[in-house]
Ligand binder design. Sequence first.
Ligand SMILES: Cc1cc2nc3c(=O)[nH]c(=O)nc-3n(C[C@H](O)[C@H](O)[C@H](O)COP(=O)(O)O)c2cc1C
Length: 364
Amino acid sequence: MLYNDFLRPLLFRWDPETAHGAAISALAALQCLPGGPQLLSAVVGRPPQGLEIKAFGLEFPNPIGLAAGFDKDCLLPKILPALGFGFLELGSVTLRPQPGNPKPRLFRLPLEHALINHMGFNNAGAAAAARRLGEIPRRAVPVGLNIGLNADCPKTKAPEEYAASLRLLHAQGDYFVVNVSCPNMTGLRDLQERLQLQRILTALNLINAPRKPILVKIAPDLSDAQLPELLGLVSSHADGIIAANTTTSRLGLSPDLGDIQGGLSGRPLRGVSTALIRKIYRLTEGRLPIIGTGGVETGGDAFEKIRAGASLVQIYTGLIYRGPTAAVRILRELGALLAKAGFKSVAAAVGSGAFDDAASGGDS
Ligand SMILES: Cc1cc2nc3c(=O)[nH]c(=O)nc-3n(C[C@H](O)[C@H](O)[C@H](O)COP(=O)(O)O)c2cc1C
């Protein structure tokens, strides 16, 4: 395989953030080229048909999306669909620009097919994101915009600041995500507490006109006691949930990795996030749309998350380890698995394994 044998070893010689910057620059150059997206799509291959799905009032050509954090500055909405994605989530974007945490802040764990990141919402701010997105108004797939909070924002002002970002970005997104789960921003995850989150969602709903779907992205580290209350609030004040962000736990990784600060993503997160999706689906009786993310690398991983209750699935770390053809290959594998299991559509498979007792242990 070209990526596994040549490109990945080359990219992995560079420090992870430099390699990421190079990938973004290459994609940005291709995006500017007349016919660039078509060229990339021809090289990567076309995603299979027949995997369309509707969720929170939007129509998606397929259920595999790009997770937040890859394109934090919303630079690439025209070229990224050429990688086969059925939707994109861009950001996290904060109200004001900010540099993020000191480098190094992104680490590869190649044996584990994982990453640890401590980026800290480095981005050019909501006004710049809105301007860039406004320059590319026609998009091939739905685009979600993920909103975070500046490091210097007192948590009491969180509702105003999320709302101010939404106001700037509203015309440019098809759905919006309230990120209250990034582990790299001190105190941000406290905003998952019921009253705090209620204030934020109320502020957003007040200015969400014309109405667009708002989702809440949660941490995989919530306790079983916190979950029912949180889900009640999200069900009444938002349109869906994303499970999950990166984890602060080290999930049995070698103890010498314990010193690396940040959120862990990729293969070690897979079972934890799938178990969380299953719990959410069970607790909400399938009524709350779920985007599942965490450790998806293969069609089998995506199928597990869909069977656990996710209507849509996102990848980030899997893209780094499997390369630019990741989404198309996942979709082909997923299509084959759905057909083999006798499902006529993606929607028919959503939640089909959520109540399997064998699956309830969470180790998927
Ligand atoms: C380098 C990096 C940066 C990320 N930045 C963000 C972010 O800005 N906002 C966000 O909601 N999630 C962010 N994430 C989390 C991902 O969107 C995703 O929830 C998580 O990585 C689990 O999926 P994965 O295992 O497929 O990577 C980031 C992840 C990584 C690896």
